[in-house]
Design a binder for this molecule. Structure first.
Ligand code: CP
Length: 305
């Protein structure tokens, strides 16, 4: 049962198998037709964002309110006692007394995992450094299944910052449970990390690494673009070298299949030209909408009585 298996929360996409993914996608789909309910009436979500967020924090909080629950929390470590030197462990040991579930974003890769060791309530990893962002990957899959009906048999390109981009780390793990052909498209400096590729190879995932997306663009069903994660670079000169290498424009769209779809977890900076936003192939804002049903499904499962 999903609820029992994920009693400690959702920290990594590696916790999932195909059955779990299909189950939570089904629950997300069911939430699409449900507007507001009282499923989580009396429950409290603690929303602890130590790093900036627009979509993840607001969609979790909106999802909680739409399920009849309440939200406490902070959206910057500046307003928490972390600023007085309190540790994450002590923060979690305190906040678990005030809530039924904790959703947390932090710049440290292991922060959510560490928090789960100190909490008796489920922890949801809402982005941990360059590590993972599993609930984004789940909403990405919900978006794809709503567009294509299935995940199997698709040609999917993941493009941009595959080294520091946490969404693509989680998404590639989940995709490894499906029969998709995956292309990792990045500058050499921002290739998928070896430890991530080792994991995907163990899972016998069918992927190729390339640098020029134009060579395969006409074969793709989906291109999932990502922002170059400026905040993760130690040397900003390295960022300057790669920041403008991929910019998806109108003339690229002309070389895509009729059913092609362009996704992006957002925020985007310059990597997608805004003059294609109105194209039916550009679905990154629709993708943000799926954050609500997916996160409603996750919260409802984790806080089930
Ligand atoms: N996709 C995503 O994580 O967006 P935010 O950083 O705005 O939460």
């Amino acid at each position: 049962m999903f609820h029992e298996k994920f009693a400690e929360g959702i920290i990594s996409a590696k916790q999932f198998n195909r059955e779990d993914i299909e189950y939570i996608l089904k629950k997300g789909k069911e939430m699409l037709s449900e507007t507001n309910s009282n499923l989580l009436k009396g429950k409290i979500l603690a929303s602890l964002f130590f790093e900036p967020s627009t979509r993840t924090r607001l969609s979790f909080e909106s999802a909680m309110y739409r399920l009849g629950g309440n939200v406490i929390g902070f959206h910057s470590e500046d307003v928490s006692s972390i600023m007085k030197g309190e540790s994450i462990a002590d923060t979690i040991r305190t906040v678990e007394n005030y809530s039924d579930c904790i959703v947390m974003r932090h710049s440290l890769e292991g922060a959510a995992r560490m928090a789960s060791k100190f909490a008796r309530v489920p922890i949801i990893n809402a982005g941990s450094g360059s590590g993972e962002h599993p609930t984004q990957a789940l909403l990405d899959l919900l978006t794809i299944t709503e567009e294509f009906g299935s995940l199997d048999g698709l040609n999917i390109g993941l493009m941009g910052d595959l080294k520091y981009g946490r969404t693509v780390h989680s998404l590639s793990i989940l995709l490894s449970y499906f029969d998709a052909n995956v292309y990792f498209i990045s500058p050499v400096e921002l290739k998928m990390r070896n430890r991530d590729k080792d994991y995907l190879q163990q899972r016998r995932m069918n992927y190729k690494e390339i640098t020029d997306y134009r060579k395969i663009l006409d074969t793709l069903d989906i291109l999932y673009m990502t922002r170059i994660q400026k905040e993760r670079f130690i040397d900003l000169e390295e960022y300057e070298k790669v920041k403008g290498l991929y910019i998806f424009r109108q003339d690229d769209l002309a070389n895509t299949k009729e059913k092609f779809r362009l996704l992006h977890p957002l925020p985007r900076i310059t990597e997608i030209s805004s003059d294609i936003d109105e194209s039916e192939k550009a679905i990154y804002f629709k993708q943000t909408f799926y954050g609500i049903p997916m996160r409603k499904a996750i919260l409802a499962e984790l806080m089930k009585d």
